[in-house]
Structures are given as C-alpha cells and as structure tokens.
Design a protein. Structure first.
Length: 173
C-alpha cells in the first residue's frame, strides 16, 4: 500500500473509461431507441474539483454516448474521446499533445478494452467490480463498484495526498 500512496504524489492527470467506471455499466433504452446512463453526483463533484484544481482530466470510451459527452463537458472536462476503439493510440496522442509523461497518469477502467493502455500508465486503478484481468494489473482496486463513487474515491485520495482537497476551489461548484 505504501508504494501506491507514494505514487499518488506524482499524479497530474486522471483518465477514466465511461461505462463501468463513471457509470455502473447499465444502459437504459427507451422504446424509441434513446439510450441513457446514470452518473454518480459524488463522482461529478470530485471531477469538477480536479479540473478547477488544475489537473488534466480526460475520458476515453468506446461508447458514442451523447449523454456522457454532455455530462462530462458540464463538469468542465473538455478532453472527452468517445467512439474510441484503439485506446492505446488515443492515449498516446493525448499524452503527446498535452506533454504528459505516462508515469504521471492515473487511469481507471474496468474491462478488457483498456488492458493494454493501463499497462502504459504510472497508476492503473479499477473499481471493485472490474474484470479479473484488469484487477490483476492494477496498483489499486477501489472497494467501490463502478458508477457508485469509485471515481470520487481515487480523485480524493490523490488530492488529499497532494494537499489540494478541500481548498477554496472545493466550495464553488
């Protein structure tokens, strides 16, 4: 656990998968074919605080969910990459464009499409209900399932270690 806590000091960037991490993986479909997802408000609070505090925050997802784009943009997250099926390429491009060293990235995902990308980052983490193959390569497995506050938990850990949690930015939404 100590090496995990030590790694938190180096994190400048959070990257999240959407389905199964920012949501519980459920997709609600109406009779007209409209799909929607539920997002956790506590995750949202931590995400907007991370953005306001100067962290790079991005989402990379195979989904093309317009509701996910709307939700993430409303939290101040501009780096949202949907419909991404080659996540390694998107990750490499993102970190090159932003000048981010992969060792400074916390990447949270829950399933096989993120496996290779997670092997490239400094801090691969996952929710409690992630696939076993993902859990096996993670530095930390949150005790919280996807869509239920696991994102808040890891952002809060990083920000507390770095002394950026509960600063003046925490009080303005």
């Amino acid at each position: 656990m100590e090496s995990f806590l030590t790694k938190l000091n180096d994190i400048t960037t959070f990257i999240f998968d959407v389905d199964g991490v920012l949501t519980d993986g459920s997709v609600f479909v109406t009779e007209t074919g409209v799909q929607s997802r539920a997002f956790n408000i506590k995750d949202g609070y931590a995400l907007q605080l991370a953005v306001k505090s100067g962290y790079n925050v991005a989402a990379i997802s195979g989904s093309r969910s317009k509701s996910a784009l709307f939700r993430l943009n409303s939290l101040g997250i501009k780096d949202v990459y949907l419909g991404t099926h080659t996540k390694v390429d998107r990750f490499k491009l993102y970190t090159q464009e932003k000048g981010i060293h992969p060792s400074r990235v916390l990447y949270m995902a829950d399933d096989i499409p993120d496996l290779e990308t997670m092997k490239m980052v400094g801090l691969p983490v996952c929710p409690a209900d992630a696939a076993e193959e993902i859990k096996a390569i993670c530095s930390y497995v949150s005790p919280i399932p996807g869509g239920r506050g696991c994102v808040r938990e890891v952002i809060e850990k990083v920000m507390k270690v770095q002394g950026t949690w509960m600063n003046e930015k925490a009080y303005s939404w």
